[in-house]
Design a protein around this ligand. Structure first.
Ligand SMILES: Cc1ncc(COP(=O)(O)O)c(C=O)c1O
Length: 337
């Protein structure tokens, strides 16, 4: 099987996960009849420190539902220029929610500067959109936001009467890297979305958490967005498996990412950014032809994307042996040059 470094979204469900899916009791979830979905929403909400949860088809959908639940038409949310829910979700908040994004440049560590955020909040004046929400992301480009930063964000949000959302697609990577329970990462936020289909290894699915009232409203938006699924317990079963079996092992992905970064740092034409979790970013000098590298590595069974920087992601289908073989093949590639 090819070793795929493009993303942790490429993970494939293993046999045990597939067995849980096969054996899942199901019902029509739009009627509220799917026991596996219901149990996932209840258990996962408690695990993350919230009163209620909503099973969504994707991280993009969970984020959009959160934005539409916090903000009304003509409202605005503050976020990072690099935020997934600003840059990589097809402008959904603006297109489908009539919500204006107000992006702020991310600092090098992924945080947003509170002074810059405060300056971007609009006065209560009919010229402006109403600033309602601050949306953060953890991890962001593999970087972990600290607990103290997130607590400051809570104070900032309270001071400015904003709601606070976390795009926690990889919040479990953050918790594992920080060595804390996921509840601590989620605690400062009014709502959190997490992805089951990235490092946690499920084929499909995200969860949105919040208060009971928030999730009740969110459920209506999910239906409107076409996310009311029927016998979705087959998918939710994979989520149960992921949350029970695939969290602690994220530490292996982080160790493998560090192993990869250390190996890459030995190549003289390669600049490696510090690694926090499972994402490795490298800049090759311009003399390196990345397209030739991508082709040569593909022939050896390694899938990578070219990029400036190039992003390499470790996950549960990549072992430390795969990393060593990858580094050896890269060495061969340069030796032939
Ligand atoms: C930080 C972050 N948020 C949200 C998403 C969206 O998730 P999905 O691909 O399930 O829509 C992604 C996907 O890569 C992501 O990296």
């Amino acid at each position: 099987m090819a070793v795929d470094f493009r993303s942790d979204t490429v993970t494939k469900p293993n046999l045990a996960m597939r067995k849980w899916m096969l054996n899942a009791p199901v019902g029509d979830d739009v009627y509220g009849d799917d026991p596996t979905v219901n149990a996932l929403e209840v258990r996962a909400a408690a695990q993350h420190g919230f009163d209620a949860g909503l099973f969504c088809s994707s991280g993009t959908q969970a984020n959009l539902i959160a934005l539409m639940t916090h903000c009304q038409r003509g409202d605005e949310y503050l976020c990072g220029q690099q935020a997934h829910n600003y840059k990589f979700e097809a402008g959904g908040a603006a297109v489908l929610g009539s919500i204006q994004p107000q992006p702020i440049e991310n600092e090098k560590d992924g945080t947003l500067c509170f002074n810059k955020l405060a300056a971007a909040i609009k006065p209560d004046d009919s010229h402006f959109a109403r600033t309602r929400l601050l949306s953060l992301e953890n991890t962001i480009n593999g970087k972990v936001l600290s607990l103290s930063y997130m607590r400051q964000a809570r104070l900032f949000a309270d001071q400015h009467r904003l709601a606070l959302h976390l795009d926690g697609a990889r919040a479990h990577n953050a918790a594992v890297a920080l060595g804390v329970d996921i509840k601590e990462v989620c605690a400062p936020f009014d709502s959190v979305s997490i992805c089951l289909s990235k490092g946690l290894g499920a084929p499909v699915g995200s969860l949105l958490f919040g208060s009971k009232t928030f999730i009740q409203q969110a459920r209506r938006w999910r239906k409107m967005l076409g996310g009311g699924m029927r016998q979705a317990g087959i998918l939710a079963a994979a989520g149960h498996y992921a949350l029970q079996h695939n969290i602690a092992r994220l530490a292996e992905d982080h160790a493998n990412a560090q192993r990869l970064a250390d190996g890459l740092a030995n190549f003289p034409n390669c600049h490696v950014s510090p690694v926090n979790t499972n994402l490795v970013f490298v800049r090759w000098e311009d003399t390196v032809y990345q397209s030739a590298m991508v082709r040569a590595m593909a022939e050896k069974g390694f899938i990578i994307n070219a990029g400036k920087p190039m992003r390499l992601v470790t996950h549960l289908n990549i072992t430390s042996d795969d990393i060593d073989r990858f580094l050896a093949e890269l060495d061969n590639f340069f030796a032939k040059k």
